[in-house]
Design a protein. Structure first.
Length: 154
């Protein structure tokens, strides 16, 4: 199971995603370019002490990501009709989340193997990207029995 961020805009969200991945044993794919300078120091600062524990793969572009991916691309998007909790996840799925400011372009939508939504209350536009990632990864790990074993509970 992997979590992919498409051209993230906010370094603090990337840091929170790295912490999420480190704590749950989920690899993180960062699809560049980012909306901020992405250097090792910035990532370490955003992720606090979790940066060294996270398994991070940087991709120079969307095409680079596509070339190197393994598993289905599962796009979480407000434009989807299928709810995430009714989907059958597999342990090699890549859960993809778009830019905070703009989501993903049509070519990314078209390349996804599935497009899922997190149901929200009427009038609500969207969740924070890492909040959405935590919800979706939690369900995917539950379905695939992928939570870390013998781990300390929060």
């Amino acid at each position: 199971m992997r979590l992919a961020l498409f051209q993230p805009d906010i370094p603090q969200n990337l840091g929170a995603a790295l912490r999420l991945g480190a704590c749950l044993g989920v690899g993180i794919d960062v699809i560049e370019p980012c909306g901020f300078p992405l250097d090792d120091r910035a990532v370490r600062r955003a992720a606090m002490d979790y940066a060294t524990q996270a398994e991070v793969t940087r991709h120079a572009s969307w095409s680079d990501f596509l070339t190197n991916r393994r598993g289905r691309i599962i796009l979480l998007t407000t434009r989807a009709a299928e709810p995430f909790h009714g989907f059958s996840f597999r342990d090699d799925d890549i859960l993809l989340f778009g830019r905070e400011s703009a989501g993903v372009p049509e070519e990314v939508h078209a390349a996804a193997d599935a497009r899922l939504a997190i149901p929200l209350m009427p009038g609500a536009r969207s969740l924070n990207v890492v909040t959405a990632a935590a919800i979706a990864i939690g369900e995917a790990l539950r379905q695939t029995d992928g939570f870390p074993s013998g781990a300390r509970s929060q």
